[in-house]
Design a protein around this ligand. Sequence first.
Ligand code: RRO
Length: 300
Amino acid sequence: MVKITGIEFRNPTILASGIMGTTGASLVRMTNSGAGAVVTKSIGPEPKIGHPNPSMVKLDCGFLNAMGLPNPSYADFVNEIKIAKEGADVPVIASIFGGNAEEFVRVAEGLADAKPDAFELNVSCPHAEGYGATIGTDSCMVEAITAAVCDAVDVPVWVKLTPNVTDIKSIGKAAENGGAAAVVAINTLRGMAIDINSGYPILGNRFGGLSGSAVKPVAIKCVYDLYEALDIPVIGVGGVSSWEDAVEMIMAGASAVQIGSAVHEGVEVFADIATGIEQFLQNNGYAGVEDITGLAHEVI
Ligand code: RRO
């Protein structure tokens, strides 16, 4: 059991936004597979089809995606969160996006009826002009949006950060100053793949966001830096596919880990990782995840 931002989780594994989070039923399936909490696909103010196909490509080192924030809008999605809340015995977190503070607030208020346990503000999609790609690199906007949503809702607000910046600590500080209860790091790292036979970039959007094992060291460093800079919890995400990866992320400073790309290998990943962490803690005489959160900072 872990408690973060006042919410109790049966284990420190959380389904990351974007994977298996487009319906209430798929969110419930993830909780039945052992996830300690689930985060929805990011939901915005208007229906959005997303970028043209191909919108996802599998690489040796992970996935590149440019889905383009496809979603049915908050008005249509609110019922999916209700279904998830009814069927899930773990916290359900609503990931939301918008182009400005007013849109973020409209989406949060529109979903509040479904009683999500927290909101995760997606200010970090790497390939969505006008949404994450620009917002998440601007500390003033991050602070203003976070403050506006915190004012409008009565549940914890988490802010998901982009690694596509030179100083993630200052963006994390802006989220903290705005009233965020936690930061989540990292969203995907901007990248591209080219088909050498045609010479064309493979993704319909030409570039996208990289996830999976390739980004794990980037995520570890971001979590490490944020843990040092902030007083609020850091939730780690990026390339975690084994309990060893999760322990590494926790030692960097994470209070819990989100799992995204690895879910494509099988939904057992949540139970496997949660059991592995538990056994590691027991074998080494630790009482809980808190005992090893940020441990890497204590080593001289
Ligand atoms: O939908 C997407 O293309 C997407 C989003 Br919203 C995001 O936050 N991160 C990502 O890699 N893709």
